[in-house]
Design a protein around this ligand. Structure first.
Ligand SMILES: [Zn+2]
Length: 362
């Protein structure tokens, strides 16, 4: 481990200025620090990528992790791909210690997913009936560090299709309970019904959001409700539909229809001014380290301009999560690329330097 200051020089985004920065383990400085070691003297500098929806508490395959070391390993995959801030959108394994871990990206965490009984992924959420939702939301708010994750809808096998997790009053009470606890609330939603109630109840963010209507997109833009589209996850809807087709044909058809309209939903949300952020939904079925691939999907499939994709997956997302970037006094995290990612986002696949908490990790 080094304890001397670092120096980097290059084109710093988003300001687009060729400049020098100095880093201590605690902060960014725009004033020279004597004795600093130069670790990059050219290239394009971002304050790191952000995966605003992933799960380092869920092992590949979908079971909860059982040891802290596993979460560290999963986070290291993201970090080495240039992701220096993570929003963990629900973990069955608590790991508050990792917030201060030198090798782990900055963490914004929900506690466990708050889910309806016997409907959500086995062993992942804490499953509660309607009457217990507000109290459980308060408990999970205390377990995380600023976020609560609500499972807004999931397949209801009795119905044979997606259905809200609880009745509308309970969904509204869940959002109110999170806000009363002083945290932000986000929700997993695939279908049309629950997300409508939750957005109008003032939820802070929508995960996936495949069921958003044009009207609701406008409402989100008006309220400033964020959307994390997780296009990589929505690409798995075909597999979900194939496995479900025999027993739940209506559900399978619904999932395919949601998948097919999704690029247009994301495009409409971006055009309406909904704040969008990059999330891969890694953990379980999706591998870690794919933030750059999600960013490429947002650009190629949903038509987001490269600069907007970079904001959604770097400085804008950091600001949203409360992790200041490359300004004087900001957090000393950065990634250096040889070429300009604004010209070609594929550049993001291969960071040349990764610096986290003022230390060179790559
Ligand atoms: Zn997720």
């Amino acid at each position: 481990m080094t304890d001397h200051a670092l120096h980097v020089r290059g084109v710093v985004l988003p300001d687009d200025l060729y400049r020098d920065l100095w880093l201590t383990p605690d902060r960014v400085s725009v004033e020279p620090i004597p004795g600093a070691v130069t670790v990059a003297d050219r290239g394009y500098i971002l304050p790191g990528l952000v995966d605003a929806h992933c799960h380092i508490g869920i092992a590949p395959g979908g079971a909860p992790i059982t040891a802290l070391a596993q979460a560290r390993e999963l986070a290291a995959v993201d970090r080495d791909a240039g992701v220096l801030a993570i929003r963990d959108a629900g973990s069955p394994y608590p790991y508050p210690q990792l917030e201060d871990d030198h090798d782990v990206p900055r963490l914004a965490r929900a506690g466990r997913h708050v889910a309806p009984p016997k409907r959500y992924l086995r062993d992942i959420g804490v499953e509660v009936g309607a009457a217990d939702v507000p109290a459980e939301v308060a408990r999970q708010a205390a377990a995380g560090n600023g976020w609560v994750k609500l499972v807004g809808d999931w397949i209801d096998r009795a119905v044979g299709d997606l259905a809200p997790a609880w009745d509308a009053d309970t969904l509204r009470a869940a959002v109110a309970a999170a806000h009363a606890a002083g945290v932000r609330a986000t929700t997993h939603t695939f279908s049309e019904e629950a997300v409508d109630v939750l957005v109008r109840a003032g939820i802070d963010c929508v995960e996936h959001g495949t069921g958003l209507s044009a009207d609701l997109v406008d409402e989100m833009a008006r309220r400033g409700t964020a959307l994390v589209p997780t296009m990589l996850n929505v690409d798995t809807f075909g597999d979900i539909a194939r496995r479900a087709r025999k027993k739940f044909p209506a559900y399978a058809r619904h999932m395919l229809a949601l998948r097919d309209r999704f690029p247009a939903v994301v495009r409409a949300a971006h055009e309406a001014g909904v704040p969008l952020y990059v999330g891969t939904d890694a953990g379980g079925g999706i591998a870690h380290g794919l933030a750059a691939e999600e960013m490429l999907l947002l650009h190629e499939r949903a038509g987001m301009p490269a600069m907007d994709v970079l904001r959604a997956g770097s400085w804008g997302a950091r600001e949203w999560l409360g992790f200041p970037g490359l300004v004087d006094g900001g957090l000393p995290d950065l990634v250096v690329y040889d070429d300009d990612p604004r010209v070609d986002l594929r550049v993001l696949r291969a960071p040349r330097r990764v610096v986290l908490r003022g230390r060179v990790l790559r």
